[in-house]
Design a protein around this ligand. Structure first.
Ligand SMILES: *Cc1c(COP(=O)(O)O)cnc(C)c1O
Length: 217
């Protein structure tokens, strides 16, 4: 698929769900790809946020961008993967961290935010009920939300990953996550990847994290 194909599918899913056109944003997942490829496959089509999951890779790409982009402003960088506290130092240019899983991670981010003079927005990653090691158990969500807010960070929403190749299960997980976000008054929902982004948009995703679909021929 090309990026315009992915966007068309997002818009069609919004329409099926009776959602406002453009209410689901595409986060182009660019991990493992060179800036050259990212410019050719993503940024030629518009200013999309770029999702990375390793701190060093963000830092290196930010650096390479400043050295090669001849004054063109940095893209909007997002950190979508599991957060390691010792890698937070690389995330100065990141606008949104998608996968906060506990209060201690938020404390480290808040500490760096002080140092940087600006703070990234954060999402809390919910556990999806499968045999998956990442994410906050639903019964701890309220406590983690209060704890993260107490660090001063702005919690914008929830993130979840559905199990691969189980479409019905994915829809159920997306729907439950949307309900929890709604109950907590959280507006952003980071849900959906190459295999399930249309379902995620139908269930209310506001940030779809699509990687491989954008880069395969
Ligand atoms: C890699 C990754 C994606 C993108 O997955 P694709 O299947 O390539 O679209 C989305 N979210 C997270 C957290 C990822 O690590």
């Amino acid at each position: 698929m090309s990026l315009p194909d992915v966007l068309a599918r997002i818009r069609a899913a919004e329409a099926r769900a009776g959602r406002l056109q453009g209410s689901a944003r595409l986060v182009a997942v660019t991990k493992g790809h060179l800036l050259e490829e990212i410019r050719a496959r993503v940024l030629t089509h518009g200013d999309f946020p770029l999702g990375e999951n390793r701190g060093q890779e963000v830092r290196d790409k930010v650096r390479e961008w400043s050295e090669t982009a001849q004054g063109v402003p940095q893209p909007e960088w997002h950190c979508i993967g599991p957060l390691q506290s010792n890698k937070v130092k690389y995330l100065e240019r990141v606008a949104l961290i998608h996968a906060i899983e506990d209060v201690s991670q938020a404390e480290v981010v808040a500490e760096y935010a002080q140092k940087w003079g600006h703070a990234p927005g954060v999402l809390l990653q919910l556990h999806n009920g499968e045999a998956q090691k990442h994410g906050i158990e639903p019964e701890r969500l309220g406590a983690v939300l209060s704890g993260v807010r107490a660090t001063g960070l702005d919690v914008l929403g929830l993130m979840v990953m559905a199990p691969y190749e189980q479409p019905d299960e994915a829809r159920r997980i997306f729907r439950e996550t949307a309900q929890r976000a709604h109950d907590l008054g959280l507006a952003e929902l980071s849900m959906g990847m190459s295999g399930d982004f249309e379902t995620a948009v139908e269930e209310g995703s506001t940030l779809v994290r699509v990687g491989s679909a954008l880069f395969e021929e």
